[in-house]
Design a protein around this ligand. Sequence first.
Ligand code: IPM
Ligand code: MN
Length: 347
Amino acid sequence: METYSIALIPGDGIGQDVTAAAWQVLERVSAQSSFALEATTFPWSCAYYKETGAMMPSDGIATLRGFDAILLGAVGWPAEVPDSVSLHGLLLPIRKAFVQYANIRPHRLMPGVEGPLKARNFDILCIRENTEGEYSGAGGRVHQGTKDEVAVETSIFTRTGVERILRFGFEQARARRGKLASVTKSNAQKYSMVFWDEITEQLAAEYPDVAVISYHIDAMAARMVMAPESLDVVVASNLFGDILTDLGAAIQGGLGFAASANINPDRSAPSMFEPVHGSAPDIAHLGVANPIAAIWSAAMMLEHLGEAAAAERIMAAIAAATSAGIGTVPGRDRTETITAAVLAALD
Ligand code: IPM
Ligand code: MN
């Protein structure tokens, strides 16, 4: 029997609540399947930082490398640790160190979920560049605290980085409905974004079967609201993808439904799966967080591990719960009620 080793990093706030729910679902589905899952839980979080002075131990990345996949809840507790410290100490280094360059975020309405738009039949796959661009962390501050203070933060776009994420987008579009929207802001940013547009054009020649259109991010934001059905695969830089996927979450009914997969496509290191939402300190441990985004992310993990049938069963179980009106209205149902409905649908 195939056994997959999973590194569980619940992290902070509701990350702990929703990973517990997702793990219950994973255990149930694996018990019904011909594979096993073995979790090792790591307490790396802001609480861990307060105790040790670091978000993870210095050999944290080396430790994680040995796992088949990572399931993460959320990172951040800004009342105790600045977000700029906690995120650059745990989540962002994992994405970079394991070359998880494709952050895949599906946006569609689960049955029974209203969403704020009249549009109902959209199915968007956002592909966000996940290792460089605006998140490169290159910069500095001088003359701190004086009136002459200067802050510089440089986006880094490499041909390798841009080409591989665009190629990944083209491949996804080819496997779906054949449409790729490439998002930049090349009318204002004349170096990096023009570079991105040029590489899009170069690759388009290799994918004559994919219809590619370049959009500026402002126009894309409007399109996702006004005409989301017109979109198939959307590929964007790290920051643009971050922003557009919160918009995507909103149109699919809220952050409680937005799942994500941080994928290392060449499988040279583990990939990481996490809900798009954060740690939500205001509702942490109140038992009201929607676990669907985390459960959906767990399904994406199984799919990546080669267990597509089990992943589909989880998605069907989520759909069964939401069809029955469970988990469809933000804040109405308890975490355990939604989890129980998904578990019941699996049986
Ligand atoms: C996300 C989050 C993170 C990001 C934050 C917490 C650094 O917003 O995964 O979308 O910007 O990547
Ligand atoms: Mn985000």
